[in-house]
Each structure stands twice: as C-alpha cells, then as structure tokens.
Ligand binder design. Structure first.
Ligand code: FA5
Length: 370
C-alpha cells in the first residue's frame, strides 16, 4: 500500500523547513496522514501491508524520514527532527499494535456470530433403520406360538449329515436326500464327519430331543440353504420355522388344531387351511399345508398361480423311527412336527409377487415395511 506522502521523499531544505516550528508542522502532517490511513485498515492482510509501508526497513515512511530529514539536517535542527521522529515512531508502533488487537477482536466476534446456535432451526433427521420384513414376520410367528406355550430354540447353520439327514430317518444313499439340493462343506476327511449347510431346520428336532426328556414343545427359527436356482419363489438362503410337539397321546387332531389356530392368527379369521398328503422320511403320515391365497381370497390370481391356495408348510406326525435316534420310547409318545418357509409367508401376507425382493436391499422396498 503506497503511502500518499510526497514530502518524505524530499529533504528539509527542499521543503523550506528551516525552523523548529516548520519541522514540527511537517511531523504534524505526516502524523495526520498516518491517522487517516490506519482508520481504513480493515483486516489482517491490510494491516501487514500498512505496517511494511510505514515501518519497512528499506522504503518505509520512517526510514525515508530518517534518510531524507534527519541525516541531512543541520546541527541546529537535528535534535528537533530526532525528537519528532521518535515521537512519530512510537505513535506508529503503538497505533498499529492497537489496530491489530481490534481487528482480531472483530474477527473473533464475527466468527462467534456465525456460529451462534439457532434453536429455531429444524433438526437434521437421522435415518433410522428398521427391522427387515423377514425379521418382522419371524417375530410375528414366534409370538403366536409363544402364546400356545411353545419355547424358541436355535441350532447351528453348519450341520453334520447325521443331524441333517441320518437321524431324520434318511440313511446314506437314501433317495429322499435328493429332495434337498445340498451345499456340502469341504472337510479334509469327507465320510461320516461330512458337514453341510443345513437344508432345513428339522435337525434341531433331533438336537432338542437329545437334550431334553419329553414333553417337548418348541419352535426353531433360522436360516437354511439349498442349491436352488433363484426365481420368483426360490432363494438359495431362506428362513424356516420348525415346530415340534412330543407328548403322550398327541394326535393328528392336535396338529390340525394348532395349525388352524396359527393360520387364523397370522392370515386372519377368514383364511382357511387344507391338508394334502405328502411324504417326508421323518413324519408319518405327512402332509403339505395350504392356506387360502390372501391376495385373491381364494378366487385365483397370479400370486397363487390361479389355484386359490398357497402352500405354507410341510408337516406330519413324527415317524416313530426318529424316536429311536434320540432314545425316546415310541410306544409311550407321539407328536407332530412342521416346517414353514418364512420368506414365502411374508410374500403371501403382503401380496408380494417375487421372493427375490427380500434380499435385494432396495430401500424403496424396505421403507414400505417400517
Ligand atoms: C422341509 O424343509 C421339511 N423339513 C419340513 C418339515 C418339517 C416336514 C417337519 C415335516 C416335518 P420343504 O422342503 O417342503 O420341507 O420346505 C418347507 C418350506 O420351505 C416350503 O413349504 C417353502 O415354503 C419353503 N421353501 C422351500 N424351498 C425354498 C426356497 N428355495 N426358497 C424359499 N422358500 C423355500
């Protein structure tokens, strides 16, 4: 910032300042110009430039006054110029220091004003996750069976072939093993220690009966895995809820009553059920349970493939051969078991046409089930 003071470029002689009064008058002019200019210094960058213009060693105003006024001054005027210069220097230095403090205070005030907390501003809404539709369905089904006195138990997702097949009355090479396309886990030995990703929750029937004496009344929610090609009704990882009740004198009527109660609670009082004969190696007799399609109320639609019915579970009376694997007495006991596909029940209840949306994690879908 060049200082607008041509007088400091000249000597006292050139300025005609030959008396102490005239010299003093020159210093008054310089000081007035300084005071005028410092008032316009508004920020730290301007202050630095201003300081250099006045105090800079090479061409600052005070250096010029020293070189042009003091050094060539006559001996009579030298003390007057010296005194004027000293007073000017201390005025310049202290004023610049004061201005610097003011600028710092002002910028701190400005920053504080910008940061001031405005309690009237609307808050920032944080997105909160929700339970997945499958989790919601699992919880709902569990709650229904808890009311009937069933307990919830769980089992491992990596299972031995013994629990997944053998103890469920499917010896090695039994053709029924083909009902489940299985993911085998590589193990060094193979053979009887062979591990699989469980294809159903039924192995936990065996684990539960091994662990506790009858009576048994449990449900088993969990993930299961099959080498099924994904399509509108198939996933290769899905969820089942197994049910097992074993006691003295349990009959097929107990089984039917339990399932009807569940279907009414889950799908509504108007939903009807039907049983179709089926086959599972670990139940005898076996049945597939259908419920009226909730989307079309049984009239027939795309979701139920125009049949009016939706298959919801496999089930049956526990095959007496199974009790032999867990040390239960088949002559004293009877029971029923069922295994339902939770993902398909979620589709059925919500009228969703493609099971794969449950695993695509599209938030536009997930947000519909808060
Ligand atoms: C079983 O898994 C038997 N363990 C059920 C059972 C338990 C029978 C106890 C008797 C006694 P199934 O393979 O039918 O049965 O499967 C049961 C349900 O899982 C089916 O009704 C269907 O809802 C569901 N499910 C089967 N495969 C798939 C798949 N790939 N994707 C999604 N859901 C499936």
């Amino acid at each position: 910032m060049p200082v607008n003071l041509p007088i400091v470029e000249k000597t006292l002689e050139q300025l005609g300042a030959d008396t102490p009064e005239r010299v003093a008058a020159l210093f008054v002019k310089v000081r007035a110009e300084f005071d005028r200019e410092i008032a316009a210094v508004a920020d730290d960058a301007a202050r630095k430039q201003f300081r250099d213009a006045w105090l800079g060693r090479k061409a600052g105003v005070l250096t010029l006054v020293t070189d042009n006024w003091l050094k060539p001054a006559s001996p009579a005027l030298k003390p007057v110029v010296g005194q004027g210069l000293n007073e000017l220097r201390s005025h310049v230095e202290s004023s610049i220091k004061r201005r610097r403090a003011e600028i710092e205070r002002q910028s701190a005030e400005r920053a504080a004003a910008a940061e001031r907390l405005d309690l009237s501003l609307p808050g920032i809404a944080r997105a909160v996750g929700t339970r997945h539709l499958v989790r919601q369905t699992l919880d709902e089904i569990e709650a229904i069976f808890l009311r009937l006195g069933f307990a919830v138990v769980e089992g491992p997702e990596i299972e031995t072939t013994y629990y997944n097949f053998e103890a469920l009355n499917m010896p090695e090479l039994h053709p029924a093993r083909d009902m489940w396309d299985t993911f085998y886990v590589d193990t060094p030995t193979g053979g009887p220690g062979q591990l699989v990703l469980r294809t159903h929750t039924s192995p936990v029937q065996i684990r539960t009966m091994e662990r506790q004496p009858p009576p048994v009344r449990v449900i088993v929610p969990g993930k299961v895995y099959r080498r099924d090609n994904p399509d509108a009704s198939h996933l290769f990882m899905f969820h089942q809820i197994e049910g097992l009740a074993v006691d003295q004198d349990l009959t097929f009527a107990d089984f039917k009553g339990t399932i009807e109660f569940f279907v009414h609670e889950f799908l509504g009082k108007n939903a009807r059920t039907r049983l179709r004969p089926s086959y599972f190696p670990f139940t005898e007799p076996s049945a597939e349970v259908d419920a009226t399609c909730i989307v079309c109320s049984g009239r027939g639609c795309r979701v139920c493939k125009q049949t009016g019915w939706m298959e919801i579970m496999g089930a049956g009376m526990v095959d007496p051969a199974v009790y032999g694997f867990v040390g239960y007495d088949p002559k004293q006991l009877s029971g029923f078991a069922f295994g339902m596909g939770v993902d398909r029940l979620a589709l059925l209840k919500q009228g969703i046409g493609d099971i794969q949306v449950l695993q695509q994690n599209d938030v536009r879908f997930l947000r519909q089930y808060p």
